[in-house]
Ligand binder design. Structure first.
Ligand code: GUN
Ligand code: ZN
Length: 431
C-alpha cells in the first residue's frame, strides 16, 4: 500500500509537561517527518533517516510548518451549530430561549444530514480530528452524526441526548424510549470503524430519577461505552439540581447515586465543585471538562484547573459548541489561558498543546490511538503555520523559540493557521 512521508517540524508529547523547562515531555524534530502507511504512523523522527528507510514513499512537503497530532475536542453539541453566537442572559435563559428551540429541528433527518456536513467541515477546518459530541434527543441526530463521521473515517464519540422533563414536549423522550433508543444506537454504532458511543443524559435538570436510573443501567450493561453529562456549570443550575434531588449530598452525588461515574465518564464544565465532589471525581476517575469559551460567554465561572490537578484529576478541554463560541481548539486555549490567569494560574504553551492532543486523548483512554505522532497511532494530524496572517507574521518575526511559536499560535491562531488536517493520512482541507 502507498506510503507517505510528511515533511515538516514535528511535535508530539508523551507526557504532560511540568512547565517551561520540561522539554523532556515531548519529541520535537526541526527537520522532521512522519512516515505513514495505511492510515497509521509507522515512525516519526528525523527526515533524512526516515527517507533512507523509506526511499519509495511519496513525499508531502509541509516545511517549514509544524506537524502535530490532530486536535481533540472532548465536549461539543452537534445540534448547536446554528445556536453559536446567540445572545442570552445566562445558561438557563440561553438553553430555554435558543437551544431548546433549535434542537427541535433535529427531528428531521434531512436537517440532521445537512447540519452534519457543516459540523464536520468546521471541525476539520480547525484541525480537530476527534470530537466527543452530544446529539439532540432524536435518534436521527446521532445517526447523522455517526454516519458522516464514518464517511470521513474519523474517530468520533457521541450519543443521543436523554432528556425527559423540564424541557419542551417535542424535546422529551421518556425513561423507556431514551433507554431503548440509546441501546439501539449502541448496537448499531459502538465499535463500528472508529466510532464509540457515549450514553448521554443531558443533565440532572432535564432527566427524571427514572431516566437517570435507566442511564445507569445502560452504563452497567455497556461499560465499554462512555458517559457524558453536564455538572456544576452555573450557580442557578446547581441550586435547581439540588432542589430536584434533595436527598443527594451535592450535584456530583446525583450522578454518583445512579451509577453514572467511572473512568469513562465526562462531566462538562465542573466549575463550582465542592470538596466532596472533587473527592468523588478523584475516586471514580470521572473526568471534568474545561470549556473556556462557553464559560466566559455564558458567564458561568472560572474552572479551577490547578486545584483539580493537585488532586490528581486530569480533565479534558473542549469548545462546547454552541455555548462555546469557536470551533477552534487554538481559540479555546486562548480563552482558557485567560480564565486561568483570572484564577492566578498559568498555562504554559507546552502544557496547552499537550492538553488539546495527548492530554485529551488520555482523558478518553485513547492515547495509544490518537493524540500523538508515535508509531502505531492513527495518522490524524494537523499542520500549523504561525505566520498565517499578516499580523501573525509580523509578530512571528520577533520569536525565537518553539514555546514562543506555540504561544503565538494559541493566542492569535484559528482556522487560518491550519494549513492542512489529516484523518488517517488523508488530507481534508481543500480536498
Ligand atoms: N447544560 C445542559 N445542556 C447544556 C448545553 O447544551 N450547553 C451547556 N453549556 N450547558 C448545558
Ligand atoms: Zn455542553
Amino acid at each position: 500500500m502507498a506510503e507517505t512521508l510528511f515533511l515538516g517540524r514535528t511535535l508530539s508529547f508523551h507526557r504532560r509537561p511540568e512547565g517551561a523547562e520540561d522539554v523532556g515531555a515531548f519529541d520535537y524534530h526541526e527537520t522532521g517527518a512522519v512516515h505513514v502507511k495505511d492510515g497509521r504512523i509507522l515512525a516519526t523522527g528525523d527526515a533524512a533517516e526516515l527517507r533512507r528507510a523509506a526511499p519509495k514513499a511519496k513525499v508531502v512537503d509541509h516545511r517549514p510548518h509544524l506537524i502535530c497530532a490532530g486536535f481533540i475536542d472532548t465536549h461539543l453539541h452537534f445540534p448547536q451549530v446554528q445556536v453559536l453566537a446567540s445572545w442570552g442572559k445566562d445558561l438557563l435563559d440561553w438553553l430555554n430561549t435558543y437551544t431548546f428551540v433549535e434542537e427541535q429541528r433535529f427531528a428531521d433527518m434531512a436537517h440532521c444530514e445537512a447540519m452534519a456536513t457543516g459540523f464536520y467541515d468546521g471541525l476539520l477546518n480547525n484541525g480537530t480530528t476527534t470530537g466527543v459530541a452530544y446529539g439532540s434527543v432524536h435518534a436521527s441526530s446521532a445517526e447523522a452524526m455517526f454516519a458522516e463521521a464514518e464517511r470521513r473515517g474519523m474517530c468520533m464519540i457521541g450519543g443521543k441526548v436523554m432528556m425527559d422533563c423540564h424541557a419542551p414536549e417535542a424535546l422529551c423522550d421518556t425513561a423507556q424510549t431514551g433507554y431503548d433508543d440509546s441501546l439501539a444506537l449502541i448496537a448499531r454504532w459502538h465499535g463500528k470503524g472508529r466510532l464509540a458511543y457515549a450514553i448521554t443524559p443531558r443533565f440532572a435538570l432535564t432527566s427524571s430519577p427514572a431516566q437517570l436510573e435507566a442511564a445507569g443501567a445502560l452504563c452497567a450493561a455497556h461499560p465499554e461505552c462512555y458517559m457524558q453529562t453536564h455538572v456544576s456549570e452555573n450557580v442557578d443550575e446547581i441550586a435547581r439540581a439540588k432542589a430536584l434531588y434533595p436527598d443527594a449530598p451535592d450535584y456530583v452525588g446525583i450522578y454518583e447515586r445512579y451509577g453514572l461515574l467511572g473512568e469513562r465518564a465526562l462531566l462538562g464544565h465542573a466549575i463550582h465543585l465542592e470538596p466532596r465532589e472533587i473527592e468523588v471525581l478523584a475516586e471514580t476517575g470521572a473526568k471534568p471538562v474545561f470549556c473556556p469559551t462557553s464559560n466566559l460567554f455564558l458567564g458561568s465561572g472560572l474552572y479551577d484547573d490547578a486545584g483539580l490537578r493537585a488532586r490528581g484529576i486530569h480533565g479534558g478541554i473542549a469548545t462546547d459548541i454552541g455555548g462555546g463560541t469557536s470551533y477552534s481548539m487554538l481559540q479555546t486555549l486562548n480563552e482558557g489561558y485567560k480564565v486561568l490567569q483570572l484564577r492566578g494560574q498559568q498555562m504554559h504553551p507546552y502544557q496547552a498543546f499537550d492538553w488539546i492532543t495527548r492530554g485529551n486523548a488520555e482523558a478518553l483512554g485513547l492515547a495509544r490511538e490518537i493524540g500523538t505522532l508515535e508509531a502505531g497511532s492513527a495518522a490524524d494530524m494537523v499542520v500549523l503555520d504561525a505566520r498565517a496572517t499578516p499580523e501573525m507574521a509580523l509578530r512571528a518575526d520577533r520569536i525565537g523559540t518553539l514555546a514562543e511559536e506555540l504561544f503565538l499560535l494559541m493566542i492569535m491562531g484559528d482556522d487560518r493557521a491550519v494549513v492542512q488536517t489529516y484523518v488517517a493520512g488523508a488530507g481534508q482541507k481543500g480536498a
